[in-house]
Design a binder for this molecule. Structure first.
Ligand code: GLY
Length: 349
């Protein structure tokens, strides 16, 4: 078994069962949940992994607001009180906030204990739980603190999605659309064929997105180059997400990335020769899934300022990953402040 492998559905539960059987020397096993996954996901999970009887449950509050150092300290304290050590295992059962934070906690506790991700949201299945990015927010700046650290394995089971609210589902869909746009035209074509998109095709679409992500992160695990393409839509998307964070226009991650992808498709036409006709198609398809968010012109400057915190930036130059074609993406592209504002205006047109 290779570290970081992703396994699906019943095969995944079998892999996890075998893993636990073959590694009985864990000093303790901890399961990290939030109050939602404790209620909706823990019972079916335990049923599938019958071998897991002797474990300690750690429950945290759900939501991005809690993805911070205070929650992390709380989990470290609880692990300490419950006698965790380097030979313990942490199983993260939850969405992207929980798997990012649980991975960070495990990777830093006593310089590192093993962890397994069991994502329960679409966003976490297709993106957050795989590839080894772990971390927390710093104030309102997203994922500013963290380490690259691979889980032992990731178990993806779409049965958890039956209790997920529609807005959360859509949030995950944005990252799937991104995977198609940056690296897999066929995946994009399937996703934008709205009439034929149903739950029965979801499993294979999830698998395809995970395949794109794994291919990229295997080539460039620590984002020295290629992995930056996974950030298409994220330079502007993260800035918009942060700007509206504690307002009544609060956006889910994928909703902000949808905006970012439209704006950055426009920037692509300026920087990589991406066809305007394709940018318009990207905009049309994304707006069919994601209703337009009103971004008044007077907010553009503040959003622009927030792009300066993007983790891809070096020496203060704002860096983008931009489409060259549908299914192909360049990285280390730079845009001027006026061009970024024009890109937001294109989204609003
Ligand atoms: N979410 C982007 C990455 O894992 O690199």
């Amino acid at each position: 078994m290779e570290k970081g492998n992703v396994y699906f559905s019943d095969n995944g539960y079998q892999e996890l069962t075998d893993y636990l059987k073959n590694n009985q020397n864990f000093s303790k096993i901890f399961v990290l949940v939030d109050s939602n996954t404790s209620e909706h996901c823990l019972p079916p999970f335990l049923q599938k992994v019958g071998i897991l009887k002797d474990y300690e449950l750690i429950e945290i509050e759900p939501g991005e607001d809690n993805k911070n150092i205070h929650t992390v300290v709380g989990i470290w304290d609880t692990l300490t009180e419950l006698g965790a050590d380097r030979k313990s295992l942490l199983i993260n059962l939850g969405g992207g906030v929980l798997t990012d934070m649980g991975g960070f906690v495990a990777s830093t506790f006593k310089r590192g204990m093993k962890f397994i991700n069991v994502p329960t949201s679409l966003l976490s299945m297709v993106d957050a739980s795989t590839g080894g990015k772990t971390g927390i927010d710093l104030g309102n700046l997203k994922n500013q603190i963290g380490v690259f650290s691979l889980p032992e394995m990731v178990i993806v089971s779409s049965e958890f999605l039956s209790t997920l609210e529609a807005r959360q589902m859509r949030s995950g869909l944005a990252e799937m659309i991104k995977h198609g746009l940056i690296a897999d035209k066929y995946h994009w074509d399937r996703l934008n064929d709205l009439d034929n998109l149903d739950l029965s095709s979801l499993d294979s679409l999830i698998k395809q997105s995970v395949t794109v992500k794994i291919k990229v992160v295997t080539e460039d695990p620590t984002e020295q180059g290629l992995r930056k393409i996974l950030n298409f839509g994220h330079t502007i998307g993260h800035a918009v997400e942060t700007f509206y964070m504690d307002t009544d226009k609060m956006l889910f991650h994928g909703e902000a990335i949808a905006i970012g992808m439209i704006a950055e498709a426009y920037l692509s036409t300026l920087k990589t020769g991406f066809e305007m006709e394709d940018a318009d198609k990207v905009k049309k398809v994304i707006l069919e899934y994601f209703p337009k968010t009103e971004i008044p012109k007077e907010d553009f400057k503040a959003i622009l300022d927030l792009t300066k915190h993007d983790k891809k930036n070096v020496s203060g130059v704002i860096s983008f990953s931009l489409l060259e074609d549908i299914g192909s993406c360049a990285y280390d592209c730079y845009a001027l402040p006026d061009e970024i504002e024009d890109a937001l205006a294109y989204y609003m047109e």
